[in-house]
Ligand binder design. Structure first.
Ligand SMILES: [Zn+2]
Length: 518
């Protein structure tokens, strides 16, 4: 952004007047509704855009990808247009793309804002229809396509892109555009011609909605900046383990925009629910709004060494087509709480592979119950009369027991254990965290009271239901569970062998194999 220049005065028409910072003798007049002006002496251009305090961090960030997520009217579009215009004026022969769910959204909401930043005397060609287009005197082009036009986005060489209202745009578009930032005009070279830096820039702007914006951007952002009215700590537990330094996210509320009159917020909130206001004005992204397990984030714990002798429990979901999900937990003998410390979610591999892997994970451990699995493991196939369970046992020596597959019973019980403080999860279990956040009921307004959750993101969730369904009805009875169903060992030996022995320990582990979508 430009160096700050002191405002000299307002002229009779209410336009801003500056002393020219270049020649120091001329005046620059900037019209009330614009951000540019020209010196009447040396013809230098002055851009006098002054970001709102909450947008300063956004402009100062040097991350290649920046997400601006904010309430309605929080000034996102203006900030994005300032970046695109500055980039275009600074990057000769470069190319910037602006895209949005529809072309008319760009025409109506973005172009008028962009025009406040691009002085006409820097424009060689510009048009609005059929799709907006600019060619600047420095050879930089600004092109606009609807995000529905995926075909057109495929072969571009860009130096910058800007996705407006990204909640209405598919992740595949963003994914595609990241690979399009490769025009040579974006490379900064030193005198010897060596590449020393890049001007590449991807800006994503959106109202507070979840979806890929959360999973593939916000929660992997190396930097999460919010205006003071927003508490970002609520996202802490959902942040991924691996953050990406090229991603920065900026969160702001409508209330941060001092240019918006108070009655505007009142008017837009009229008749709306508390929840609506919290979301679309205060930019509170309620991760657990429709979650099946809203208490989940309170049950996350830092991984700790699990004494080898804690009894084990496990759940298994065969999921023939979309992979095998498997969870393991250990029971703390002193209070009977269960700590889930391992998740396994592997796709597109044969049963023999899973049998081998899971065999290794469970071997030598002392289980309270056999691994609880989807009852479908008992079904015999027509070919050789062998069930999944039999086959799995043959390959691994691991016994899968048929679990209770009553969905609502299982979910209630899992929640029971969570709210009773008897079920915890290591916070490094990425697969589990992903499903916990995305395993949801239909949106509240479309939901009936006895609806089951949406049949998605539920493989580990199912494995967990099978595991927990076997537990005592009252979570407080877990501490008293003393009989290993297979060994029938007495309570005394169960308790005694569980001193806080630290000699052999296990830390949390998250195993994933397949196409990563998070
Ligand atoms: Zn001048």
């Amino acid at each position: 952004m430009n160096k700050r220049v002191e405002l000299k005065k307002y002229n009779e028409e209410g336009h801003r007047v500056y002393d020219c910072p270049i020649c120091a003798t001329g005046d620059v007049v900037v019209k009330d509704n614009l951000f540019y002006g020209k010196c009447d002496n040396c013809e230098a251009t002055l851009i006098d855009y002054l970001p709102l305090p909450h947008q300063e961090a956004f402009h100062e960030s040097n991350a290649q990808y920046r997400l601006n997520i904010g309430g309605f009217g929080s000034g996102k579009t203006t900030a994005a247009c300032a970046e695109i215009a500055t980039h275009a004026l600074d990057t000769p022969n470069g190319r910037s793309l602006i895209t949005a769910p529809t072309l008319s959204l760009v025409k109506d909401a973005v172009i008028p804002e962009l025009n406040k930043f691009i002085p006409p005397w820097h424009i060689e060609i510009s048009r609005l229809n059929p799709s907006p287009y600019y060619k600047l005197n420095n050879g930089h082009e600004i092109i606009v396509y609807s995000a529905a036009d995926q075909q057109k986005l495929r072969s571009l060489n860009l130096t910058a892109f800007y996705i407006e209202e990204a909640s209405g745009v598919n992740y595949s578009i963003f994914d595609q555009l990241m690979t399009r930032l490769r025009s040579k005009a974006g490379v900064i070279r030193d005198k010897e011609g060596r590449e020393i830096d890049y001007k590449y820039m991807g800006i994503v702007s959106t109202n507070p909605e979840d979806g890929w914006i959360l999973d593939n951007f916000m929660l992997i952002s190396d930097k999460l900046v919010a205006s003071p009215s927003i508490d970002v700590r609520m996202y802490d537990d959902f942040m991924k383990n691996k953050l990406n330094r090229h991603f920065h996210t900026f969160i702001s509320s409508t209330r941060d925009n001092q240019h918006i009159p108070a009655e505007f917020i009142e008017r837009m909130s009229a008749g709306k629910s508390e929840r609506w206001i919290r979301k679309y004005v205060d930019c509170f992204i309620d991760i657990s709004e429709d979650a099946v397990y809203p208490e989940f984030s309170q049950c996350l714990v830092e991984p700790f060494p699990i004494p080898r002798h804690w009894k084990q429990v496990a759940g298994f979901d065969p999921g023939y087509a979309d992979g095998v999900a498997f969870l393991m937990g250990a029971i703390k003998p002193s209070d009977g709480s269960v700590y889930v410390y391992l998740d396994y979610y592997v796709k597109e591999m044969p049963v023999s592979f899973h049998a081998n892997q899971i065999g290794k994970l469970v071997r030598g451990r002392d289980f309270l119950y056999p691994i609880q699995a989807d009852p479908s493991v008992n079904k015999r196939n027509d070919r050789d009369g062998l069930s999944y369970k039999d086959y799995f046992y043959k390959l691994s020596g691991v016994d899968l027991a048929s679990g209770n597959n009553d969905i609502m019973y299982g979910i209630e019980k899992v929640r029971d254990y969570m709210v009773s403080g008897k079920l915890f999860f290591f916070n490094n279990l990425e697969n589990l965290k992903y499903e916990m956040k995305n395993y949801q009921y239909h949106k509240s307004e479309k939901r009936n009271s006895n609806d089951t959750p949406i049949d998605k993101h539920n493989h580990l969730m199912d494995a967990m239901r099978y595991m927990v369904a076997k537990f005592p009805q009252d979570p407080n009875d877990m501490v008293g569970v003393y009989v290993n169903e297979k060994i029938h060992s007495p309570v005394s030996s169960f308790i005694e062998s569980f001193g806080e022995s630290k000699e052999e320990v296990t830390y949390g582990k998250s195993i994933y194999r397949g196409i990563k979508k998070f």
